[in-house]
Write a protein that binds this ligand. Structure first.
Ligand code: PLP
Ligand code: COI
Length: 340
């Protein structure tokens, strides 16, 4: 077993083809046994449900090398559960949750030489996904599906890693009140592409979206949930039915309470009150915790006292505790770490 010759320290968040991927097909109302394969390409009908009506859902999680040299995943059972919720909302069959975890384990094992070494700052990103494969021309769900898992080694999601970023309040809406904002479906990302390209062109790292009904409340960003720290060190994060229930955020709220003794508030957060917070961060599997230094609201800058040079002190504590748990330096709550 030899690690691949990759410049781990300088990896960005991009796709690198690895050796094996897991595939299982759903046909005649049943999933087949599934297998690891080498082919990274897919042949499907030109009229496949995924191609015509975007019938696809996905997940994202990571494998880490721990300080003592094990390879582990972080709470894959929650990704399995969320994929099922996402699939249900798009009228797709559930992939059994125990098989999901097993498929993740098999795929990471088969690509173990691509798991970045401890201390490199890189991780192995795991992308499980499912899509409608047979022809559908009338608007209806497919009858046949493919579930796949591939892996790719990645570095930081935002350039500069732990340097604070500037995000802007988007004029576009991400999710309708009774829409699909709470599931992880490709359609939510397709519709964010114009907004993210425009944000990048204007020099912003991400968009923060407001609630579509009143445009007064903070929801989340295109690829991560958001959290704030008050001047008296409370962790505040938006409560909304139209944001993705981030596994990182749910874990951080537990870390804040149980490990750091901080007060936590999950509640509606108004754009108007953001100026009073001391720190801000984006949280997600890809983002981990990315500090936000400024939010641009239509030319008006909301600057957090933590500044543009480094993470705010509470954000840093959250980051260090969470990554400490993931990398095996800090004891994890029961059931959080799946050893590969
Ligand atoms: N919100 C959105 C829109 C995302 O794409 C992600 C990424 O998965 C998250 C939040 C964070 O979720 P998690 O922490 O489960 O990765
Ligand atoms: C993740 O954090 O896993 C994401 O899906 C974010 C982005 C890459 C879509």
């Amino acid at each position: 077993m030899a690690k691949k010759d990759i410049d781990w320290h300088n990896l960005g968040f991009g796709y690198v083809k690895t050796d094996k991927r897991y595939v299982s097909n759903f046909k005649d109302s049943a999933w087949d046994d599934g297998a690891l394969i080498s082919d990274d390409t897919i042949t499907i009908s030109e009229c496949a449900g995924v191609l015509q009506y975007a019938q696809t859902v996905f997940e994202g999680l990571k494998a880490y090398t721990t300080e003592d040299g094990h390879v582990v995943c972080f709470r894959p059972d929650l990704n399995a559960e969320r994929l099922e919720q996402s699939a249900k909302r798009l009228e797709m069959p559930a992939f059994p949750q125990d098989r999901f975890v097993d498929a993740v384990v098999q795929t990471v094992k088969a690509n173990i030489d691509y798991v970045p070494p401890y201390g490199s700052g890189a991780t192995l990103y795991i992308r499980p996904y499912m899509f409608g494969t047979n022809a559908v021309i009338g608007v209806k769900p497919a009858d046949e599906y493919q579930f796949r898992v591939f892996t790719t080694p990645v570095g930081p999601y935002f350039k500069g890693g732990a340097k604070p970023i500037t995000i802007r309040v988007s004029d576009f809406d991400r999710a309708a009140p009774h829409g699909t904002g709470h599931i992880k479906a490709g359609l939510n990302y397709a519709m964010s592409l114009h907004a993210i390209v425009d944000a990048h062109n204007q020099g912003f790292a991400e968009n923060v979206y407001l609630d579509a009904a009143t445009r007064t409340k903070i929801e989340e960003t295109g690829g991560a949930n958001i959290l704030f720290i008050t001047k008296d060190n409370k962790v505040v994060t938006p409560k909304s039915n139209s944001i993705l229930p981030s596994i990182t955020r749910r874990s951080l709220l537990i870390v804040a309470k149980e490990y750091l003794g901080l007060e936590v508030e999950e509640r509606e957060v108004y754009l108007d009150e953001v100026k009073d917070f001391a720190e801000c961060g984006l949280c997600g599997t890809a983002a981990v915790i990315s500090p936000v230094g400024k939010i641009n609201d239509h030319g008006k800058e909301i600057c957090f006292p933590s500044g543009m040079e480094e993470m705010g002190p509470i954000t840093k504590k959250l980051y260090e505790t969470l990554t400490g748990i993931q990398m095996g330096r800090i004891e994890a709550p029961k059931g959080w770490i799946k050893v590969i």
